[in-house]
Design a binder for this molecule. Structure first.
Ligand SMILES: CC(=O)N[C@H]1[C@@H](OP(=O)(O)OP(=O)(O)OC[C@H]2O[C@@H](n3ccc(=O)[nH]c3=O)[C@H](O)[C@@H]2O)O[C@H](CO)[C@@H](O)[C@@H]1O
Ligand SMILES: C=C(OP(=O)(O)O)C(=O)O
Length: 419
């Protein structure tokens, strides 16, 4: 199994090109099921989860070509299966996003229940409840969600009890082909939801309120393919910016979107960084100084993203002062803490809050993580650790970071993949 070795680094410097966003690309690929003509998605990152999504679409009978230049072409002409099997769903939770599109277009969908994962239980009740309000008959049998509807789904008024990115995306896709108007209240406003909505609009969907907590969808009878470019990955961007901050460096992220990252950029400024932005780039300069500790509380967008929590734990572990990090989205998203402690970090965990007392440097160690952002945080920690850090089980990283070692190398770090 591949590993990454990380050597203590000089301040990171230079430019890094940001890839398309995993968390936007996956729902957009699933939306391919809704399109009656060829659909081309560009700026698709080359990631394990993208390959799994293409595999899932192929398993339904869709023709999927992964083209040069980060493009994927999807044709549903031969789609004739309506089941997302356990073997694929268990490797990628985003598979649940096939449920809404399959049901809306074909009236039938069997999707394996995803179950929990390292970061928490991750239930799907809001997805199912919304689809039931739209007229679907759903039963859970033998580990599968079996959803059926006679004719088309019907527009409905849906109030989400909690802000859920995945449920908002599933219901948005389903409502696009439903009969009548659907209103989704307390919808997630994450930029990836907005990117999906813009893609659906480009396919012919009628959606208003995009980017707000109330989405109104007037269902249409058919959606056609289009060519759609996935937004830049705000979490990849944030991860590189934190790496530059902890190494006291100066980097520029290009092909990025500063508008999607405001909460993170403000915290980096609080930590002492100078942030400069252009339309599609972000520059961070730490002026060779140690970051100052910052307090973080994760919450739905536009608040601080849970997907950046682990990276900011590392920032605080190396900062001047004490920072509190509170996780409110997932009940178990501190898998990086024991591993960081093994590297010498001074962290106390109290319920859903970490109290982190910064130290000057960590110690290299053999570490592993059981989720994606925890793994990324350990790579960043390794850059400011004396000796060598080895990060095991990097298949998690390969789910979400394209060419991670090459990108770090381009910024002057010694991050090497060992086969
Ligand atoms: C709001 C939020 O920050 N969502 C994050 C979540 O999206 P993802 O779509 O995976 O998860 P949700 O947004 O649906 O989950 C948000 C919260 O709602 C709960 N829930 C969700 C669905 C449901 O049917 N019932 C239910 O109770 C979840 O347990 C969780 O506590 O993980 C992704 C991967 O880390 C992140 O990119 C998203 O930013
Ligand atoms: C946990 C993540 O992804 P997933 O929902 O695919 O597990 C993530 O993107 O940080």
């Amino acid at each position: 199994m591949d590993k990454l070795t990380i050597t203590a680094s000089k301040p990171l410097t230079g430019e890094v090109v940001i890839s398309g966003a995993k968390n936007a690309a996956l729902p957009i690929l699933m939306a391919g099921v809704l399109a009656q003509t060829d659909f081309i998605v560009s700026n698709v990152p080359n990631l394990r989860d993208v390959n799994t999504s293409c595999e899932l679409l192929r398993c339904l009978g869709a023709d999927v070509e992964q083209l040069e230049n980060s493009r994927v072409r999807i044709s549903t002409t031969n789609l004739n299966e309506y089941c997302a099997p356990y073997d694929l769903v268990k490797t990628m939770r985003a598979s649940i996003l096939i449920l809404g599109p399959l049901l809306a277009r074909y009236g039938t969908a069997d999707v394996s229940l995803p179950g929990g994962c390292a970061i928490g239980a991750r239930p799907v009740n809001l997805h199912l409840h919304g689809l039931e309000l739209m007229g679907a008959k759903i039963e859970v049998k033998e580990g599968y969600i079996k959803a059926r509807v006679d004719g088309r789904l019907k527009g409905a008024h849906i109030f989400m009890d909690m802000v859920s990115v995945g449920a908002t995306e599933n219901l948005l896709m389903a409502a696009s082909l439903a009969e009548g108007t659907t209103v989704i209240e307390n919808a997630a406003r994450e930029p990836e939801v907005t990117d999906l909505a813009n893609c659906l609009i480009a396919m012919g969907a009628k959606i208003s309120g995009v980017g707000t907590a109330t989405l109104t969808i007037e269902g249409v009878e058919r959606l056609s393919g289009c060519e759609y470019r996935v937004m830049p990955d705000r979490i990849e961007t944030g991860s590189f910016l934190v790496a530059a901050a902890v190494t006291r460096g100066k980097i520029r992220c290009v092909s990025a979107d500063p508008s999607a990252l405001e909460a993170v950029l403000l915290k980096l400024e609080d930590a002492g960084a100078t942030i400069t932005t252009g339309e599609d780039w972000i520059e961070l300069d730490m002026h060779g100084k140690r970051p100052k500790a910052v307090n973080i509380k994760t919450a739905p967008y536009p608040a601080f993203p849970t997907d950046m929590q682990a990276q900011f734990c590392v920032l605080n572990a190396l900062a001047e002062g004490t920072g509190r990090v509170t996780e409110t989205i997932f009940e178990n998203r501190f898998m990086h803490v024991p591993e960081m402690s093994r590297m010498g970090a001074n962290i106390e965990l109290e319920g859903n809050t970490c109290i982190i007392h910064g130290i000057e440097r960590l110690n290299g160690a053999q570490v592993m993580a059981t989720d994606l952002r925890a793994s990324a945080s350990l790579v960043i920690a390794g850059l400011m650790a004396d000796g060598i850090t080895t990060v095991d089980r990097i298949y998690h990283l390969d789910r979400g970071y394209e060419h991670i070692e090459a990108k770090f190398q381009g910024l002057g770090a010694e991050v090497i993949r060992v086969k």
